[in-house]
Design a protein around this ligand. Structure first.
Ligand SMILES: N[C@@H](CCC(=O)N[C@@H](CS)C(=O)NCC(=O)O)C(=O)O
Length: 212
C-alpha cells in the first residue's frame, strides 16, 4: 500500500462534485490537498484515479489514516465528525436531522445518478439515438426531482434556519444542468440557499476556483 499522505488528499476535477467536499473542508477550516484528475476514459490521469477509486469517479479522498473514502456524503460526514461546529450535519436531537438525512441521500442517490447516466449516455446504450434519448430523459427526470425538492425547501437555508451540507450540494449542482436560469424560474428557493452558501467567506474562493 502506498504511503498515506500527511494531510487528506482529494482527487477531483474542476467544477465536479469534489467542489462540495472542498466547500466543507474550507468551512470547517481543516487542511486539504487537492489533486486534479480527469475521469474521462483514455485520459492520462484515469489510471491514477482508478487506482484510488475503482469506480473511476471523483471525488475520491485519501486519508492520512491510510483509508480511502469515496462518495461525497461519506466525506462530508468525515468532516462533520472532526468539525461539528461547522454545522454540516444537524446533530442528534436537532429538529432538522431526519430531513437532512432524507434529502442528502436523495441528492446522492436520486439526483446524482441522473448525471451518471446522462453525462456520457453513449456509455450505457448501443447507439447515438438511444444516447440522445437517455440524456433527455435523465434531464427531464432531474428537473422533476428538483421540483420535488423545491416544494420541500425552506428559507433561508434548504432546511430552514439550519445551514447544512445540503446547501453545499445545491451550490455545486445549480452550476450543472439544467443551469441557473432554470433554477431562477422553477426552483428559486433552492437557488437562494445555494447562493447564500456560496457567499460564506471561507467558501467563496472555492466557488470562484471551480465555477468562476
Ligand atoms: N455518488 C458519487 C457520485 C460521484 C460522481 O458521479 N462524480 C462524477 C463527476 S461530478 C463522475 O465522477 N463522473 C464520471 C463517472 O461517473 O464515470 C458521490 O456522491 O461522490
Amino acid at each position: 500500500m502506498p504511503t498515506p499522505p500527511a494531510r487528506p488528499l482529494l482527487l477531483g476535477s474542476k467544477g465536479c462534485g469534489n467542489a462540495i467536499v472542498e466547500f466543507a473542508f474550507a468551512l470547517a477550516g481543516l487542511p486539504l490537498d487537492c489533486e486534479e484528475v480527469d475521469y474521462s476514459p483514455g485520459s492520462p490521469t484515469r489510471e491514477r484515479l482508478v487506482s484510488v477509486n475503482p469506480l473511476g469517479q471523483v471525488p475520491a479522498l485519501v486519508l492520512p489514516e491510510g483509508q480511502v473514502l469515496t462518495e461525497s456524503l461519506a466525506m462530508l460526514h468525515y468532516v462533520d465528525d472532526r468539525a461539528p461546529q461547522a454545522g454540516l450535519v444537524p446533530p442528534p436531537g436537532h429538529a432538522a436531522r431526519e430531513a437532512f438525512h432524507r434529502w442528502a441521500v436523495f441528492l446522492v442517490a436520486a439526483v446524482y445518478p441522473t448525471f451518471t447516466y446522462g453525462d456520457d449516455s453513449l456509455k450505457w446504450v448501443p447507439d447515438e439515438t438511444g444516447a440522445k434519448q437517455l440524456r433527455e430523459s435523465t434531464n427531464r427526470h432531474r428537473e422533476a426531482l428538483y421540483r420535488q425538492m423545491e416544494a420541500a425547501a425552506s428559507s433561508p437555508w434548504f432546511l430552514g434556519d439550519a445551514f447544512s451540507a445540503i446547501d453545499f450540494y445545491l451550490l455545486a449542482m445549480t452550476h450543472w444542468r439544467p443551469g441557473r436560469k432554470w433554477f431562477e424560474a422553477n426552483a428559486p428557493r433552492l437557488l437562494a440557499a445555494a447562493d447564500r452558501a456560496g457567499a460564506l467567506a471561507p467558501v467563496a474562493p472555492v466557488v470562484a476556483r471551480h465555477f468562476g
